[in-house]
Design a protein around this ligand. Structure first.
Ligand SMILES: C[S@@+](CC[C@H](N)C(=O)[O-])C[C@H]1O[C@@H](n2cnc3c(N)ncnc32)[C@H](O)[C@@H]1O
Length: 208
């Protein structure tokens, strides 16, 4: 995790640096996150940044939430009639129950000490049958990659604080929030891809 003001400074170079750091993973993961027809869906890009998802996705309604004014300003350079950008803290914002068909959280989970809270909020904000799609760095199993993650990535890229989880921890967090896991897969040793679904019956009263 970096100080919020870090993003205020880095925003102009963010896209360039991320592409450089992630190499081919940058485009391939976006393709994987957006590999379905979402044109008639309402979507939330949670921690949207400069618009990695919100400026690429085809959707009926696009809501981008981020706490960084500078990242949002970069995002807003791409004009889209159905896009709404909200400045706010993801821990504090409350969306209506069942407001979205899809929630995307890309490269941001490691910023949150209590990411399970965001999972709970996302569960609430999704329609029954809706899905959350997450992509980020994770805690690798491989010893060398683990060393790389917990030294270079942690201290050079993330300035000393980051919250990354093993595949098993991801499975537990997502399940505990009430989701059914559809995909949970490490990618290229350093990243994790998660697609999880809010069960259809989750929207019904307990007695039904
Ligand atoms: C590494 S960037 C990822 C941006 C974008 N999702 C992407 O894939 O390029 C992380 C983003 O999370 C945002 N962020 C961090 N903590 C946040 C919080 N508590 N509430 C809202 N946004 C937050 C930062 O401002 C930043 O734009």
């Amino acid at each position: 995790m970096v100080e919020p003001k870090f993003f205020e400074t880095i925003a102009p170079a963010y896209d360039f640096l991320t592409r450089l750091f992630m190499g081919g993973t940058y485009e391939s993961m976006r393709k994987r996150m957006l590999n379905e027809d979402t044109s008639q869906m309402d979507i939330l890009d949670l921690c949207c940044g400069t618009g990695y998802i919100s400026n690429s996705i085809n959707a009926r309604r696009i809501v981008g939430l981020d706490q960084s004014e500078a990242m949002l300003a970069r995002n807003a350079r791409v004009k889209r009639g159905n896009k709404e950008l909200i400045k706010g803290n993801a821990y504090q914002i409350n969306f209506k129950e069942g407001e979205f068909d899809r929630i995307y959280n890309s490269s941001a989970s490691h910023e949150f000490k209590l990411f399970s809270r965001l999972l709970q909020k996302s569960f609430h904000a999704l329609k029954p049958g809706g899905k959350i799609i997450i992509f980020d760095i994770y805690q690798p199993k491989n010893t060398l990659l683990r060393l790389f993650m917990n030294t270079f990535v942690k201290y050079v890229v993330e300035r000393g604080i980051m919250f990354v989880h093993t595949k098993e921890e991801w499975a537990r967090m997502v399940t505990e929030a009430g989701f059914e896991i559809e995909e949970l897969e490490p990618v290229r040793g350093l990243y994790i891809f998660v697609k999880a679904r809010k069960p259809e019956q989750a929207g019904l009263p307990a007695a039904a």
